[in-house]
Design a protein around this ligand. Structure first.
Ligand SMILES: *[C@@H]1O[C@H](CO)[C@@H](O)[C@H](O)[C@H]1NC(C)=O
Ligand SMILES: *[C@@H]1O[C@H](CO)[C@@H](O)[C@H](O)[C@H]1NC(C)=O
Ligand SMILES: *[C@@H]1O[C@H](CO)[C@@H](O)[C@H](O)[C@H]1NC(C)=O
Ligand SMILES: *[C@@H]1O[C@H](CO)[C@@H](O)[C@H](O)[C@H]1NC(C)=O
Length: 467
């Protein structure tokens, strides 16, 4: 798990390095000049320009040609291919055959290969993703299992297993893809690297996408056939959905509603809630005080809240009931969902655990504590999604005195004084680990209190209105 705790931040850094590399390559210079300008200008608005760029190309699918195998490879983040007709899968070779091809291609069958994971720009991630082949001939194997619904194929490899990436790299793209390619239709999900623990962790979400059992693309050896298939996932950028790029104008709020549907279906299973110490059920029905979730990080992983107990006391003094929430991989997600969906506010230091802000109800308050050097990623990973789903978002940018880095570096060091400029000159994962792994936070309670007062006002109003 440690290795996978790469966090959103590290990934962004590498992304930027790669963009820079793209810029230096003459072939694509024209394409990325916008984004590179923002790097040099140190404004770090890269994802915006990417989204902007994505709007220049029409959303998939636009199959104007009478080809049965279509691929859209025009995007920076992903490829997507489909067979728009009966197809049979040979799982032992991850190959989809076009059944009864109408195009007569006796000599040269059409062959398309792709890796169905939406981080196409990451040259060091993609080779690990299993390749899927779509082929138009010569003849397909015999069908053993016939499915009525079309198939959607994706990989749960790469960074999957990290809570941020599970949503950013799979569930949000999957939501966009299902709504774009198969609106109003059931799909059979075929997953590469569908690890058992992962599937059971997200079983409610997976079942909301599809009522059929998933097919494990790596451990199946029987041919399956489908009326059609799509391979790959569409993404619109980091933690975002652009309604203009979807046929039915879906928004991030729709995704939030989808999650509520997923976790609302199994009411029976929420009975074990009280067993978890994180979920004192006495708060559940206490209508007098709003509930604040304090997302906690511990251990030597960086970005730990050093004065958590003092902060907790201060939050209580302001008038909240506080729940210290330290999610573990074993915490059932439906319990986390039930807890956060019934809370009124959340505080946390930038990190993958803040992906739980997706479980907050629209109208509740979310304060992201932004460590030194994490300004841009904080915005990209959680601020945008929070605003898009209607949370009341606030950002608490720490001062140098609140960072543990002040003990290691001189306060006039660029690392402390101007992280943006410092990074700008020397982008590398090694440098970024200073901000990610070496840095812990000790909040200035006097300054933070003003934020808490503001939070309390909003949360109380929200509670009175929504319960
Ligand atoms: C197919 O898979 C099943 C279960 O994994 C196994 O029992 C069977 O021997 C396999 N058949 C072949 C032909 O590989
Ligand atoms: C989340 O909260 C809303 C509003 O209180 C409620 O209607 C909904 O049923 C809750 N969802 C789940 C899955 O508990
Ligand atoms: C809850 O469980 C009971 C029996 O175990 C079942 O009859 C009922 O349909 C379930 N309700 C829901 C909402 O799943
Ligand atoms: C509640 O927990 C017990 C033991 O932890 C487990 O056996 C049981 O299946 C759980 N019930 C539900 C409804 O999840």
């Amino acid at each position: 798990m440690k290795k996978r705790d790469s966090t959103c931040l590290a990934i962004m850094v590498i992304f930027l390095v790669f963009q820079l590399y793209l810029y230096l390559s003459p072939v694509t210079r024209m394409n990325v000049s916008r984004s590179t300008k923002t790097i040099q200008g140190r404004k770090h608005k890269l994802p915006k320009s990417i989204n902007k760029r994505e709007t220049l190309t029409p959303p998939f699918p636009r199959s104007t040609q009478a080809k049965e195998i279509n691929c859209d490879r025009t995007h920076n983040f992903y490829d997507i291919c489909s067979i728009n007709g009966p197809t049979v899968l040979d799982p032992t070779t991850s190959t989809f055959f076009l059944m009864d091809p109408t195009i007569s291609t006796p000599k040269k069958p059409m062959v398309e290969k792709l890796r169905p994971y939406p981080r196409k720009w990451e040259s060091f991630t993609m080779p690990r993703i299993k390749e899927v082949t779509l082929i138009s001939g010569p003849s397909s194997p015999k069908c053993k299992i016939q499915h009525k619904a079309p198939a959607l194929v994706f990989s749960a490899d790469g960074y999957i297993g990290n809570f941020f990436h599970d949503f950013n790299d799979v569930f949000i793209p999957l939501f966009i893809t299902v709504n774009s390619v198969y609106p109003d239709q059931d799909v059979v999900l075929m997953i590469s690297k569908a690890r058992d623990w992962w599937v059971s962790k997200y079983i409610e979400i997976i079942h909301t996408f599809s009522k059929y059992p998933i097919i494990d693309l790596d451990n199946d050896n029987i041919t399956h056939c489908f009326p059609s298939v799509s391979v790959g996932m569409i993404t619109h950028g980091f933690m975002t959905i652009d309604p203009k790029l979807t046929p039915n104008s879906i928004t991030f709020s729709h995704f939030r509603a989808f999650l509520d549907k997923a976790y609302g279906q199994n009411q029976n299973q929420s009975q074990n809630k009280s067993q978890n110490q994180n979920y004192p059920s006495k708060f559940k029905h206490s209508k007098s005080r709003p509930i604040l979730v304090l997302a906690s990080r511990s251990g030597g992983v960086g970005r730990v809240l050093l004065n958590q107990n003092e902060v907790k006391l201060e939050v209580e003094r302001i008038g909240f009931n506080v729940i210290v929430f330290e999610p573990r991989t074993t915490t059932p997600l439906k319990e986390s969902y039930a807890l956060i969906n019934s809370s009124h506010a959340m505080i946390g230091i930038h990190g993958a655990a803040l992906t739980h802000s997706l479980f907050l109800r629209p109208g509740s308050v979310f304060v992201q504590v932004v460590p030194l050097g994490a300004e841009w990623v904080s915005q990209v990973c959680f601020e945008k999604s929070a605003k898009d789903m209607g949370l009341v978002y606030m950002e608490y940018k720490i001062k140098a005195e609140e960072s543990s880095l002040i003990e290691k570096y001189d306060k006039d060091d660029m690392i402390i004084k101007d992280p943006v400029a410092y990074r700008g000159k020397n982008w590398s994962p090694v440098v970024m680990s200073i901000y990610l792994k070496e840095q812990n936070v000790k909040l200035d309670l006097v300054r933070f209190r003003e934020y808490l007062k503001e939070m309390y006002k909003t949360a109380k109003k929200f509670m009175e209105k929504e319960g």
